[in-house]
Design a protein. Sequence first.
Length: 231
Amino acid sequence: MNDRQNAKRNMYQSTLDTCVKYENTYVHVPVFVETVNEFRNSLDVIDKEAQRQVGTTSKGTSLTKNELEVKMVQTAVTVAGLMSVYAFRTKNNDLLVKTNINKNALYHLPDAEAIFTVRDLAAEMQRYAGELETYGVDASLRNELEEAITGFQASLAQPRDVIVEKKQYTGNLAKAFAEADSILYDSLDKLIVRFKTSAPAFYTDYQNARNLIVQGARKKGGKDGDKLVEI
């Protein structure tokens, strides 16, 4: 949520708390009870969407692209070194060329080309899997390389996925705020008028709660500070 939304969410809570405080005053008015419950539910929706929005941020930073790249490069260099020994001993010159991979070269390649190079190595690794077992390229190491490639490739798409997902939750959050506003403007603000005379304390506290405090704004005709915006 942005600052404006946080301020509005605080106002919503203050308004709801006021309604709960005076529940006995309107308990005999079913439509008021129903509207307060709708408003409470709308706040739950806002909180859930806000939590999902925050979750996408932590998801985007849980695994860094650099960490996954290092894992892929280190594993690939290890496998290439073992395979080059096999290629040299068996006089397999084609394989010897393909296993001529070093760390610095991989790091300087564009991401897509680095993945292609390591995938080519992995294909050769699978091709000679039986012969390479005695050289230390066992099933565990083969799986490690495959997972490292997959992990790094996924990290390239992750930021885009996170942005799209966060945009979705941001949109959902805006709709949830609009729903809460509608309940206030179209229902509660009109229903509260019934108690202006019969329960003036409830009416006054409700109106006070409905003032949105925007931190750092300029008061009308005053100095910098908090601005009370009645909505």
